[in-house]
Design a protein around this ligand. Structure first.
Ligand SMILES: NC(=O)c1ccc[n+]([C@@H]2O[C@H](COP(=O)([O-])OP(=O)(O)OC[C@H]3O[C@@H](n4cnc5c(N)ncnc54)[C@H](OP(=O)(O)O)[C@@H]3O)[C@@H](O)[C@H]2O)c1
Length: 296
């Protein structure tokens, strides 16, 4: 199988490269090889490579900055999957479009099902929702939504909190937004499964066009920051944890509004993928162990 990966330098892209299944031909494109803001370049890449799958892990992910750069966010997050899907329709390939819990408004107070109506609150979420629609115009496309992604490398909440735990005595973190942290390690495994690699014959990811994947459980950003401190000390990546105090969203205004409760119900998708999710604290412990191993 030949897979063209976009966003190869991103945190998910790096986890996908690190976990590349044996025997799979991976064409890994970072921004230098393929500019996702250039629709024609996306079409040309598919026509040149003729992959079995495009795994579109590249995205404009700066949620706040997107509010002042809506055209660029739209070009990368919606224009690119649209162009990739168009070219794949000609070459006969398939598309896995990675998407986000931010396509929902977070107001219903219970986990979102894959088939629920979208209502994004900000430019980033709206551009990702448009990207889902553009991808799904291709009959062979799948959308895999995930949430609160972090991993051992890249720009993410876990790496930022580890730095702040080291630098400060006390941190204040938002406690009234609830979702589920998702490790790039488990997310990469779910992406490979979604495109049929190592699939359990009893599972049928192909039957679900929209999949939800997050680690298990629920957390606020505050809970996540406390756990990063505790488990960071246990893993040996922190000497001590800072004291974490809760903030409200109103105390910490940001340019983009975020959903207050954006848990994804992953039950049917886990069954379709044939994967059992780890609780987010266990997944976090694994990521911190990877970081500790990389430091030693
Ligand atoms: N991060 C989260 O919390 C989160 C939550 C839910 C869903 N997701 C989704 O998960 C997927 C992976 O995100 P991630 O967390 O791995 O994000 P990331 O670390 O920010 O990686 C995104 C990658 O996309 C690349 N990119 C941005 N604009 C580009 C362009 N014009 N041309 C080519 N490449 C471009 C970036 O390139 P550079 O490295 O050159 O900047 C970066 O390597 C995305 O679809 C995202 O929407 C993320």
């Amino acid at each position: 199988m030949k897979v063209l990966l976009t966003g190869a330098a991103g945190q998910l892209g790096q986890a996908l490269i690190a976990s590349k299944p044996a025997g799979l031909e991976l064409i890994a494109c970072s921004r230098g090889e393929l500019d996702l803001a250039d629709a024609e370049a996306c079409r040309v890449a598919v026509q040149a490579q003729r992959p079995d799958w495009v795994l579109n892990a590249g995205a404009y992910t700066a949620v706040d900055k997107a509010e002042s750069e809506p055209e660029l966010a739209q070009a990368v997050n919606a224009g690119a999957p649209g162009a990739l899907a168009e070219a794949l329709a000609e070459t006969g390939g398939r598309l896995l479009q990675v998407s986000t819990d931010f396509v929902f408004n977070g107001e219903q107070g219970r986990p979102y099902q894959p088939d629920q109506a979208l209502d994004p609150l900000g430019v980033y979420g709206a551009s990702k929702a448009a990207g889902e629609a553009a991808a799904l115009a291709l009959p062979g496309a799948q959308v895999l939504r995930t949430s609160w992604v972090y991993g051992p490398v890249g720009h993410n909440f876990c790496c930022t909190m580890l730095r702040l735990h080291r630098e400060r005595e006390q941190l204040a973190v938002v406690a009234d937004q609830v979702g589920c942290p998702t490790s790039t390690l488990t997310l990469a495994a779910a992406c490979w499964r979604a495109i049929g690699v190592g699939a359990d014959p009893a599972a049928d990811a192909a039957s679900s066009r929209i999949l939800h994947w997050s680690d298990a459980g629920a957390a606020s950003w505050y809970d996540f920051a406390v756990a990063i401190g505790e488990l960071g000390v246990a893993a040996g990546v922190l000497e001590r944890a800072a004291r974490v105090t809760p903030l409200t969203t109103a105390d910490y205004p940001t340019p983009a509004q975020r959903p207050s409760y954006s848990l994804l119900d992953c039950t049917t998708s886990c069954a379709a993928l044939g994967l059992e999710p780890l609780h987010w604290r266990e997944a976090l412990a694994d990521v911190l162990c990877c970081m500790a191993a990389a430091r030693s």
